[in-house]
Design a protein. Sequence first.
Length: 462
Amino acid sequence: MFTKMINSVRTRLTLWYAGVLAVSLIAFALLVYYAAANVFYARQDESLRSTTETVASAYIQELEEEQSIAKANEVVLAEMIFPNRYVEVTDSAGRVVAWSGNLAGHVLTLSQQTLSDARQRSISFTVVNQLRVAVVPLSPNKDLGYAAVAEPLSVIDEGLRHLRRYFFAGVPLILLLASVGGYVLARKSLSPISLMDQQTRRITADNLSARLDVTNKRDELGGLATTINDLLARLENSFKQQQRFVADASHELRTPLAVLRGETEVALAQPRSIDEYKASLNLIKDEAERLSRIVEDLFILARQPFDAPAIMREPVNLNEVVTECARAAQVLAARKELKLTVHTNKPLSLIGDDELLQRMILNLLDNAVKYTPAGGEVSLDLAAHNGDARITVRDTGIGIPEKDQPHVFDRFYRVDKARSRAMGGAGLGLSIAHWIAEAHGGTISVESSAGRGSVFTVELPT
C-alpha cells in the first residue's frame, strides 16, 4: 500500500510541491529573520543615539546654569531616568563621575578606543556586559567628558525570540495546509487521467470502437485524450482491415481448394478413361496455378508496409523493363486477339526493385487484357513528365464505373465479382501495383468510364 502510494503521480507531485515550498518558506523565514534583526539593532542604535544626545545636551545646559560639575551630575542623573536604560557620565579621561541609580555597582568601563571614536565621529557604539552602549562627547567644542547610555541586548533578543517562535509554529502549519491543498489540487487535476486509465483498460479487441471522453480539447489532457482516440481509430481501422484481409483470403483460397478436392474425389470415385483422367488433371493443374498465384500475391501484400524499406535499391532501366513486360503480355493479348502496342521515348532509369516494377506493369497489363473484349486494343507507354517517369496502360475494355474507381486499389475489391472470379482474378493485382508504386515513392491513378476503357497512370521519381 505504501509503495503504491509513493509511486502515485499525485503523491510525488505533492511531495515535490511540499519540498519546494518548505525550502522556499525556510529561506523566506531566514531572510525575514535576519532583516528584522538588522532593523531591530539599527532602531536600538538610533534610539540610544537620541537618548545619549539628550543626556549630553541637558548636562551642558545644567553645567552652564549651575557652573558646577557636581551639581550638573546630580541634576542630570536625577532627571534623566529611562526604563531599561542606564546613564553614565565620564570625564575626558574616561573616569566615571556620575551614573544613574539603576547602574549602581555595575558602572560601564569604556575603552579609550571607544572614547576616541566618539570624539572623532561624534558618537560610537560598543557592547559591555551584554549591554549596547552609545557614547557621545558632552560638548562638541570642549573636552568636558562623555555621556553614555546603555540598554540590555536582551530587549532585542526577546523580540527575536518571539519572531523565531512565530516562524517555528507558522511555517509547519502553512506547509501542512499547503501540502493538503496541493494534494487535493493534484488529485482533482489528475482525476481525468485516472478516468482515461479506467476507460482505456475496458477497451479490447472486441470494442475498439469505444473512445475516451474529452472534456476540454484545448488543454493538455484533452489533447492527450484526442490523440489516444485518434490512435484507437487507426487501430480499429487496421484491425478491421486485417479481419477483412483474412476473411477475403480465406474465401479466395477456399474456392480453388474446393475444386481440387472435388475433382480429386470424382476422379478417384470410379475407374475412368485416360482422356477423363487427363481432363481432371488439367483442371487440377489450372486450379493449383490459380492457388499458387493467390498465395504469391498474398505473400507480396503481407510485406506491406512493414518491408517497404527492404525492397531492392539498384539502378533500373525502365525501357528494358517495359519492353520485357510487353513481350510477356503479348502472349496473353494474342490469345484474345488483342492489339498490344508499346511506345517508349528517350532512355529512362531510376533506383528501385527490378522484379517488383515488372510485377506492377504485368499486373496492369494483365488487368487490361482480362477486361478488354476480343478485337480491342491495349497500349503501354513510357515517357518523361516533369522530371518523373510516367508509365501509362490504356485499354478499350469494359471500363470501370465511377462509383467503383476509388476502391479499385483495395485488396480483394472487384467491380464484377462473378466475372472476375470466372477470369481467375482474386482482386489483388491492382492492390499490389498500388503498393509497389508507393514503395518506390510514386503514385498510381485511374481514369475510366463504363464501356469506354480505362487508363492507368503510374508516376515514378527518377
